[in-house]
Every structure is written in structure tokens, then in C-alpha cells.
Design a protein around this ligand. Structure first.
Ligand SMILES: Nc1nc2c(ncn2[C@@H]2O[C@H](COP(=O)(O)OP(=O)(O)O)[C@@H](O)[C@H]2O)c(=O)[nH]1
Ligand SMILES: [Mg+2]
Length: 223
């Protein structure tokens, strides 16, 4: 079973993009479940989702990549046993760390027979607030960008070309390997690309040695 995460800071457009991506996955015939770990005000509408034959679970009370990783794993295991989706798409809270979420998802393997695969880690970067992001929450946004396989510069429908270019440069400085694309849930740009990436591609499993190396590089660069 594949787990796909859409990372990004609060307000970067995760819920909006997630709903459009889910539509695309369902159109392609995939059985999808959604897990939201949200602290924001706009949450997915569980009734809307279930009316479309999907399953949605909301988890609150802490971050699913660390504080409540156990209940996240439990939720994945239960979804697998009761619904057996092809893909679980996860909206982490804006403070989650992608590698931590992978590790937490893999805990589900200890709770049931499931084998977890990861879709590419998608991180949304809000081009319309890029200056604010880099001032106020740089460290957090940086972690989400550094650990992404695919970064989408989001809300390109309302951002200036200058800010879009700036977002692209910042992403490249923080992550030299991620793909960088444009996205707008308003116009639909980038959505199909995200759908196909989730369907067709796999991201590595959690690997402690990689995480230790990343932390080391981070601390060395801060000295
Ligand atoms: N113009 C524009 N607004 C967007 C786009 N995606 C999201 N938004 C708006 O940005 C705000 C935050 O979006 P939301 O999906 O709740 O972000 P989340 O906190 O990351 O889940 C909402 O008011 C959305 O309507 C987009 O592609 N273009
Ligand atoms: Mg949200």
C-alpha cells in the first residue's frame, strides 16, 4: 500500500491541492483514503469525501510524525484492514518533517500484514508569500524543502513572475536534487503531474543513517 504525503507550511495550499489530486487519482480508478493531521481552519470535508466512496480520517492532538506517531500507524493499519486502499494520501500538519512521517507510516507494518511504499515526497511552497515564509518560518520550510522529491511552487495564479523565480532559486539553494514545478489549484496547473508522480513513482524508505547524515550536514553548515 502506498502512502503519499503533501508537505508544506500552514496555508501553502495543501488541502486544496490534495482534493484536486484525489479527484485525479479516483478518475484513474485508484482506491484512495485520506488522513489529515491538521491544525488549520480549512479542513477536508469528510462527508463530501465519504459520499464519493472514499475514506477520510482526521487525527489531532499532536504531530503525526513524532508526538502521536503511534496513533498515525494505528490509523494506517486499520484503514488497510477495513478498506484496503491502493493509496493513502496524507496531509501532515504544517510542522511535520517528511522523513519522520515516513518512519511513522512504516510502524504500521508492525501492527498488521501491510507493506508500506512511499510516493515521492511532495512539498508545496507558497509563491504568493515567499518573503514572509523565509523570514518567519525559514527553518521549518527549509526542512520540508530539503526532504522533498518534488517541490511545487504553488499559487502561481496569484504570484508575480518575480516571486515565482525567487521561490525557485530558494528551493534550489536548499535542495539540489528535487524536481521543481509550478502548481495552481485554481487553474489546475501541475495537478496531473502530481497525480502521475504519486501513481507511478516510489520514494526511498526511512533510513536512519541518511537522517543522521542530513543532521550532521545541517549542524556543520550552521557552525
Ligand atoms: N489563488 C490561489 N489560492 C489558493 C491556491 N491553493 C490554495 N489557495 C488558498 O489558500 C488558502 C489556504 O489553502 P489550504 O488548502 O487550506 O492550505 P493548507 O493550510 O496548506 O491546507 C485558502 O484560502 C485557499 O483557497 C491556489 O492554487 N491559488
Ligand atoms: Mg489544510
Amino acid at each position: 500500500m502506498k502512502v503519499a504525503q503533501i508537505a508544506g507550511f500552514l496555508g501553502s495550499g495543501k488541502t486544496t491541492a490534495l482534493m484536486r489530486i484525489v479527484d485525479g487519482l479516483v478518475c484513474d480508478g485508484r482506491k484512495v483514503a485520506i488522513i489529515v493531521n491538521d491544525v488549520g481552519d480549512i479542513s477536508v470535508d469528510a462527508r463530501y469525501i465519504e459520499a464519493h466512496g472514499l475514506k477520510a480520517k482526521e487525527i489531532s492532538g499532536g504531530c503525526i510524525c513524532c508526538q502521536i506517531a503511534g496513533s498515525f500507524a494505528e490509523t494506517i493499519a486499520k484503514l488497510y484492514d477495513s478498506f484496503a486502499p491502493d493509496i493513502i494520501i496524507v496531509e501532515p500538519s504544517g510542522v511535520a518533517i517528511p522523513w519522520g512521517l515516513k518512519r511513522a507510516a512504516e510502524y504500521a507494518e508492525a501492527k498488521t500484514e501491510v507493506v508500506i511504499e512511499h510516493a515521492p515526497v511532495i512539498t508545496l511552497v507558497d509563491a504568493s508569500r515567499i518573503d514572509l515564509m523565509m523570514k518567519a518560518v525559514k527553518r521549518l520550510v527549509e526542512t520540508q524543502i530539503r526532504e522533498a522529491d518534488i517541490c511545487f511552487i504553488n499559487k502561481v495564479d496569484i504570484a508575480s513572475e518575480e516571486d515565482i523565480a525567487k521561490a525557485g532559486e530558494l528551493i534550489r539553494e536548499m535542495n539540489d536534487h528535487a524536481e521543481i514545478h509550478r502548481m495552481s489549484s485554481e487553474t489546475g496547473e501541475g495537478i496531473e503531474y502530481a497525480v502521475k508522480a504519486i501513481e507511478d513513482r516510489i520514494s526511498p524508505r526511512y533510513d536512519e543513517s541518511v537522517e543522521i547524515q542530513r543532521l550532521k550536514e545541517q549542524y556543520d553548515s550552521e557552525e
